[in-house]
Design a protein around this ligand. Sequence first.
Ligand SMILES: NC(=O)c1ccc[n+]([C@@H]2O[C@H](COP(=O)([O-])OP(=O)(O)OC[C@H]3O[C@@H](n4cnc5c(N)ncnc54)[C@H](O)[C@@H]3O)[C@@H](O)[C@H]2O)c1
Length: 283
Amino acid sequence: MSGWFEQRSGLAGTVAVITGGAGGLGAAIALDLAANGVHPAVIDIDPAAGGQLSSALDERGHDGIVHHGDARDPEALAALFEVVDERWGRVDTLVNVVGGTFRAPFLETKPKGWDALLRTNFHHVLHACSLAAPRMQAGGRGGSIVNITTIEAHRAAPGFAVYAAAKAAVEQFARTLAVELAPDRIRVNNIAPDYVPTPNLKRLSNGSDPMSDPVGGSVAIPMGRVGRVEDVSGCVVFLASALSEYMTGTTLHPDGGTFASSGWFNWPSEGWANHVPLQHLQS
Ligand SMILES: NC(=O)c1ccc[n+]([C@@H]2O[C@H](COP(=O)([O-])OP(=O)(O)OC[C@H]3O[C@@H](n4cnc5c(N)ncnc54)[C@H](O)[C@@H]3O)[C@@H](O)[C@H]2O)c1
């Protein structure tokens, strides 16, 4: 006998293409979808992460595809979709996970860096959607496209101007695509996390991680802790499922309240303030 969620979600037996699905947030997304009966088809640039995901899927008895490749390469993306066509003949969900950035004031960056950020965070989303949506249309069962964006698409991000702009472009693209594809019951939504210390992100932080510190985290994050990969993967399961079948063109914010608090901090001595308390400036 299947449970309420299994019946209402309609996920079992569906197929999800996941770019960057073998490590970090992507691996949690692939494994949580697979746990709900979804066949994941992953492209990932990291062969070691791909091997680990393949083993994890095998151990749990899940049927999936893990391709080694660069999601920024339209031919590599197209090759994955062709294998999916042959194997399952359907695409129900597309999750665009690939993205990344580097820290630099805008005036210290060059066009080559801007192009790289746009390729990594925006262009492959267009390619992946252009491959997934016609297949969803042909299937006649609707579909769900989910883009992992960021809180930085919704606020200023000093040191990350082009990354933030590229992710905001994804959000705005999703709104229009959602409207264009709504008659086909193909939904397009975004998930905008704040800080989730995935292994690759931790490597960039050079050992300094104030947000994961219990005091630092409780000052900056209303819910008092950094994000976990399952905070994001749970949102993907919901958006892939029929539970969200009337939601399109919108964004979920699994961020512990940081988008809502926008600039307000819960200082240990002063409580909520939208400025640094004077005693911190003087010490
Ligand atoms: N971790 C966070 O705090 C955080 C916060 C907000 C938004 N995001 C967004 O979430 C997404 C995933 O973040 P993450 O921390 O899991 O990153 P990550 O660096 O761990 O990447 C996830 C996976 O994508 C793969 N990947 C990277 N570039 C690829 C490419 N060109 N082709 C194929 N695979 C590629 C990596 O190998 C990895 O397995 C990104 O789009 C990021 O901008 C992350």
